[in-house]
Design a protein around this ligand. Structure first.
Ligand SMILES: Cc1cc2nc3c(=O)[nH]c(=O)nc-3n(C[C@H](O)[C@H](O)[C@H](O)COP(=O)(O)OP(=O)(O)OC[C@H]3O[C@@H](n4cnc5c(N)ncnc54)[C@H](O)[C@@H]3O)c2cc1C
Length: 457
């Protein structure tokens, strides 16, 4: 006896060895939950493929059933789906399609579609190599790199998207395509900064960096010291060479037993990042900040794999809301505005308001690069609040927006896709490149099957 499908998604039920979860199934809630726990995404189905062939089966079946396909690796970037009902989409979660193969001679790694940075870094380390990863170990390579990819190696080595040599994608018709500078060059161009609108990425091949160790760490002061530290860091970042990539955050931690005493219940100002110099030169460069007498100073030479720990990103999924802006500069007036918004005496609910130093190789177009080969602007402002309840989320959204608004006089109006918690109009980001991006999308996905958090429409 055959049963009549009750929803289009029922047609996918037997795919992926049964790892397709529909609303009401026992596995649905776990499978649909992204890293960002504030995002209550409720797709028509969640598929958890173990191979590129299973991904292709899901894409073909979803398209035939009139459903869209939303690829997701870790769910760190799920924020924009707060504003998008996924009821017409199959969420393809790639977290079980993982693995890393390092070619030490070529200094490259091939990583499967859902692999996390921590696994790439661990596989590269025995060869004295590392990668253009971000601040957090459990962000996935795919979403981070398709969105550009801002690393603490960035001012010297540029965006992670420029480190891609090949991207293997399951297209809307269910074919597996390997895009490189020579094969499918338009698709390769679009994938490097255009996001997840072009297919499900099932593997990426990327250049590694020749660092076995790195001078890195953080400096920490009580927030009361922010009026000295923030202007000093702003002036310092105007002078430091490209070998230095750092961030400054004003942070507020709730009193929690899980947090170490130096964080629990404290309001702080923290500078962290990497200095790609020998120890003496690194110490010389850091001297002006160390002269401000930080309460903690962990800057030292560490194994390169340790760089994913210096930013103290949450070690497990968390509910968060965010807002961001790109700043063209950070003059004294902007520092004063930042301090007014989040410095001593302010009562914002933000966990942190971060200023990431851009420029250097991050600011220069890369030869032969993709749609996002560099970032305009001098600093990325990234404001994040923990949002365990709808009320906290509403307050956090308001406070993050207020902190960004306080800096409006210095913003460029553009976006760093990876820091955007709401769907970004890519036409504003890619301006004169947007028509080419749309043309690539129309060629590889004419029916608009793929649904990215920052869509190309
Ligand atoms: C704690 C934390 C720290 C961060 N630190 C940094 C940082 O240092 N530098 C930085 O640049 N960014 C950083 N980010 C932002 C992060 O890079 C983005 O959220 C990025 O989108 C995460 O990629 P993901 O694949 O892990 O997330 P996901 O939410 O899984 O993916 C985001 C989007 O990428 C696309 N995508 C993901 N996987 C695939 C795939 N296999 N095929 C096709 N499309 C795919 C989809 O469009 C998806 O909607 C951080 C975020 C958090 C929460």
């Amino acid at each position: 006896m055959t049963t009549t499908p009750t929803s289009p998604a029922e047609r996918l039920r037997d795919l992926c060895g049964g790892r397709v979860h529909l609303p009401g199934d026992p596995g649905y809630d776990v499978a649909r939950t992204p890293w960002n726990l504030a995002v209550d995404q409720r797709p028509a189905a969640v598929a958890v493929p173990h191979s590129a062939a299973e991904v292709a089966d899901v894409v073909r079946a979803a398209a035939a059933a009139g459903l869209r396909v939303a690829p997701q690796s870790s769910g760190h970037g799920a924020g924009p789906f707060m504003q998008r009902d996924l009821g017409d989409a199959v969420l393809v979660r790639l977290h079980e399609l993982t693995g890393v193969t390092v070619d030490p001679a070529a200094r490259t790694a091939r990583v499967l579609g859902g692999t996390l940075w921590q696994d790439v870094v661990a596989a590269a380390a025995p060869h004295g190599l590392t990668a253009l990863h971000g601040s957090s170990p459990d962000v996935a390579v795919a979403g981070y790199t398709l969105g550009g990819g801002l690393s603490f190696y960035g001012r010297r080595h540029g965006l992670a998207a420029n480190s891609l040599r090949a991207v293997e994608v399951v297209t809307a018709e269910g074919s597996l395509v390997r895009a490189t500078a020579d094969d499918h060059p338009d698709l390769f161009w679009a994938l490097r900064g255009g996001g997840g609108s072009f297919g499900v990425v099932v593997a990426l091949e990327l250049d590694l960096l020749p660092y076995a160790d790195v001078f890195a760490g953080m400096l920490l002061w009580d927030r009361e010291r922010a009026p000295e530290v923030v202007p000093a860091w702003a002036a310092w970042t105007r002078e430091v060479p490209e070998s230095v990539t750092t961030s400054l955050r004003v942070m507020s931690f709730p009193p929690l037993p899980d947090l170490p005493p130096f964080l629990s219940g404290r309001q702080l100002v923290v500078v962290d990042g990497a200095v790609l110099e020998d120890d003496d030169r690194a110490a010389e460069l850091l001297a002006p900040l160390r002269a401000l007498g930080p309460e903690m100073d962990t800057f030292a030479r560490i194994p390169a794999a340790g760089l994913t720990g210096v930013h103290m990103d949450p070690p497990a999924p968390a509910p968060a809301v965010a807002d961001h802006a790109v700043l063209a500069e950070l003059p004294e007036e902007a520092v004063a505005a930042y301090l007014g918004a989040v410095g001593p005496g302010s009562t914002t609910s933000l966990l942190f308001a971060e200023l990431r130093h851009l420029g250097g190789a991050l600011g220069r177009p890369a030869e032969g690069g993709g749609v996002t080969s560099h970032l305009e602007g001098a600093y990325a402002l990234f404001c994040v609040a923990i949002a365990p309840t709808p009320e906290a989320a509403a307050q956090g959204v308001a406070d993050a927006a207020a902190a960004c608004a306080a800096m409006a006089a210095w913003t460029t109006g553009t976006h760093v896709l990876n820091f955007s918690d709401v769907p970004v109009d890519l036409a504003t980001v890619h301006s004169d490149r947007y028509e080419r991006l749309r043309a690539v999308r129309a060629a590889v996905d004419p029916a608009g099957v793929f649904l990215a958090q920052h869509p190309v429409d």
